[in-house]
Design a protein around this ligand. Structure first.
Ligand SMILES: Nc1ncnc2c1ncn2[C@@H]1O[C@H](COP(=O)(O)OP(=O)(O)OP(=O)(O)O)[C@@H](O)[C@H]1O
Ligand SMILES: [Mg+2]
Length: 421
């Protein structure tokens, strides 16, 4: 039988990762396939083909890939786009003899405790932390690290269960709360939720992510994204702007590149989160071996006229594209910000009013009658989002993404204050 090849994208079928298909098409002439649990009922016609398999489940993927192999179709490469599929792609690649991230790298980037050890061993500055399983261990960790501390599950994402504690009592209450949140969401994400990190708190609102294209033992920052967070004690991301005014800061991008090589990320685009202390010191919070979510890649495409998914997929196919990343030049600023109604029940939605010129797109997910809640993690992202674009590059931190989103949300949503409190 004649062998036919395809590129399988995992996680690219998700909302706000639609541009992955176009980037993959720019990287290769091979057909671009994706997986979804039930491709008959959830067919996404953008992809050249969709296979019925759970993209997060290696067994399900292997069974379906083998069924297609019997018809002569073989994956050239399997490309993950989120944390869950970084984990599922690895055993599939191993069984099928395909190239991909090393198992140790998957552990280093999925298990925050292993990540810390690998970063520290390479001399990459990251907050001190302890791994705890009980209240007693928690209090010992608080004693050793000093208050305030951040408590977080070692194996989750989306800022779920990440809490700040300023006192011992808050630490015990926050630990309980974090476990409760993880119990609520964990099973649908395959999270064990049995261990938690207690970390030294880097106290500031200054945070960025660095989007890095990785190669073997080297890496090249593509851009720096300015992050806007919800108010303490929660750490939900409420807006992202590309490029950050710090995009040309070599000390910062070097740190991010070193974090990637320390973790053994040798292909694809990685997402490195860095927070600045009041004295300006940069601390690596974490690094993920996959592109940023929340349509940050789309903001890069707008700002740089370059689809970064092309680099991600091209790198998995074995092309050296680090020079393309190094030479990328932004000509605009582009942002995504979440629309947050004030707390209460949403009585009315006015979404037909004229929009300011910087609005590129707006998407309202809330309906009349919904209850608005202050965003606590990245799994519950407000009442919608807006994408903004400016024909200028900012030379210092701008709050425009947050202020424009707030003005729009106030104009669009009418909530009854008393309800839903
Ligand atoms: N030690 C710390 N000091 C200060 N802030 C922290 C610390 N750890 C986490 N944070 C804040 O909490 C956010 C979420 O933490 P972290 O990235 O570890 O969790 P996550 O669940 O993987 O998040 P996400 O998937 O949203 O990136 C960080 O982006 C940062 O704003
Ligand atoms: Mg994070």
């Amino acid at each position: 039988m004649r062998t036919k090849e395809y590129v399988l994208l995992l996680g690219a079928e998700r909302h706000l990762r639609e541009r992955a298909f176009s980037g993959a098409k720019q990287a290769t002439d091979l057909p671009i396939w994706a997986a979804t649990k039930d491709a008959v009922r959830n067919l996404n016609r953008t992809f050249d083909n969709m296979i019925s398999a759970d993209p997060r489940d290696p067994e399900s993927l292997l069974a379906t890939i083998r069924a297609h192999a019997a018809q002569g179709w073989h994956p050239r490469v399997i490309v993950p786009f989120d944390d869950w599929t970084v984990a599922s792609a690895n055993p599939v690649n191993r069984v099928l003899g395909l190239s991909g991230l090393d198992a140790a790298t998957v552990t280093n980037t999925r298990d925050k405790w292993s990540m810390k050890q690998a970063l520290l061993a390479a001399g990459v500055q990251t907050p001190r932390s302890h791994l705890v399983q009980s209240d007693q261990e928690l209090l010992e960790a608080v004693e050793a690290i000093g208050l305030p501390v951040v408590i977080k599950p070692y194996d989750f994402g989306g800022s779920v269960g990440v809490v700040l504690a300023a006192t011992r009592e808050e630490a015990v209450a926050g630990f309980a709360e974090s476990r409760a949140v993880v119990a609520q969401y964990g099973s649908s994400y395959n999270i064990s939720g049995d261990k938690y990190l207690v970390e030294q708190f880097v106290d500031s609102d200054d945070e960025v992510s660095v989007e890095v294209l990785c190669g073997v033992d080297r890496a090249q920052a593509l851009t720096v994204t300015e992050k806007y967070l919800s108010r303490p004690p929660w750490f939900a991301e409420v807006a992202h702007l590309v490029p950050s005014h710090r995009a040309g800061d070599r000390v910062l991008t070097d740190l991010a590149e070193r974090a990637c090589t320390a973790l053994g990320i040798d292909r694809g685009i990685a997402h490195v989160e860095i927070k600045f202390a009041a004295d300006g010191t940069a601390w690596v919070i974490e690094a993920a071996a996959r592109p940023a979510g929340d349509a940050v890649m789309d903001q890069i495409e707008k700002a740089y006229s370059l689809n970064p998914y092309r680099l991600h997929v091209g790198s998995y196919l074995g092309f050296d594209l680090l020079d393309v990343a190094r030479k990328a030049v932004p000509t605009k600023s582009s942002a995504i910000a979440y629309l947050q109604a004030s707390s209460g029940q949403i009585e009315d939605i006015f979404d037909e009013k004229p929009l300011p010129p910087e609005v590129r797109s707006i998407n309202i997910s809330a309906k009349r009658g919904d209850f608005s809640q202050v965003t606590k993690n990245n799994l519950t992202l407000g009442e919608g989002f807006v994408e903004l674009e400016w024909d200028e590059l900012f030379s210092e931190k701008t709050m425009l993404p947050v202020t424009v989103a707030k003005q729009l949300a106030d104009q669009i949503f009418v909530t009854s204050d008393a309800a839903g409190e």
